[in-house]
Design a protein. Structure first.
Length: 48
């Protein structure tokens, strides 16, 4: 099966790779925002 015809949704390596990358980006952005604003992540979203 060629790369172009493989499934891109569901539990496949392609989707899991991008899920991990986006989760890492979200964590780094949240951490950077916490450092820049002086507020924790939970207080930024109104839970702390």
């Amino acid at each position: 099966m060629s790369e172009a015809s493989q499934a891109r949704f569901g539990v496949v390596n392609f989707a899991e790779t991008w899920n991990g990358r986006l989760a890492m980006m979200g964590f780094v952005i949240g951490l950077a925002t916490a450092v820049l604003t002086g507020q924790g992540i939970l207080s930024q979203i109104g839970l702390g």
